[in-house]
Design a binder for this molecule. Sequence first.
Ligand code: ADP
Ligand code: MG
Length: 237
Amino acid sequence: MATELLSLRNVHAHYGSSHVLHGVSFSLQEGQLLALLGRNGAGKTTTMLTLAGLLPASGGEIFLRDKRTSNLSPEAIARQGIRLVPQGRRVFKNLSVQENLEVAAQRRDTAAPWSLGRVYQMFPQLQSRATQRAGTLSGGEQQMLVIGRALMGNPNVLLLDEPSEGLAPLIVQEVNESIRKLKNEGLSIILVEQNFSVAQELADQLVVLNIGQVAFNGSSEQVRADPELATRHLGIF
Ligand SMILES: Nc1ncnc2c1ncn2[C@@H]1O[C@H](COP(=O)(O)OP(=O)(O)O)[C@@H](O)[C@H]1O
Ligand SMILES: [Mg+2]
C-alpha cells in the first residue's frame, strides 16, 4: 500500500489580487512520481511555488506526512526535505560546477544522504566538468547541475518544474533517464511536464490542471487503458 507523503488540500493562491489556484487538492504517494500537466497558464508553476512556500497559500493546507508545511517559510520547508528545481534552470554562472554543488550541500538526517560523489555517479558529465565555470555548460548539463544542487539538500520530495523545456530531443531523453533513475533510487517526485507521452511513461500518477483547478487525477494504468481520460482535459495534445 502506498502512503501519502505530500498532500494539497483545497489550496488557493493569489498574485496580488489575481486569484490563480482555486482549491487544488491532490496527493503524492511515497516513492512515486506524479506528473503535473496542463496548458500554459494553468497554474502548474504556481502550484510548485506554493508547495515550496515561495508563494504562500492564501487558503487550504499542505501537509508533508502529518506535518503542516503551508504555514512555514521557504527555508523551513526546504529543511523538511521539499526541494524545488524551478522552471528556467538558474546556476551560479561564475562558480565552477563543483562549487555550485558544494554551496548547496546541507546536512539532513536521511537514510541515504547525497554527497558530491553520489551526484557525480548520477551525472558523470558533471564530474568531467567539475572545475569548469557553470555558465559554460550546455543547457542539458545546466539542468543536470540544478538537479544535482537540489539533491545536495537531501530531499524527500523533489519538485521539478519543466526540466526539459528548451532542450534538444536527445538531451531531453538523457534528462528523462536521470529522472527515472532518481525515482528508482526511491525519491518521491512531482514533475511538471509538457509532453503527455513522457509524463505517462515516467509517472505513477497524472494530475491535469486547468485554470487553477484539478481537471483530472488518475493513475498511469487508468490513463494507459483510456488515454482520452486525461488528454481531453489538456486540449493541447
Ligand atoms: N508573478 C505573477 N503575477 C501575476 N500573475 C501571474 C504571475 N505568475 C503567473 N501568473 C499568472 O498565473 C496563472 C498561472 O501561471 P503559471 O502557474 O505560471 O502557469 P503554468 O506554469 O501552468 O504555465 C497565469 O494566468 C499567469 O499569467
Ligand atoms: Mg510553468
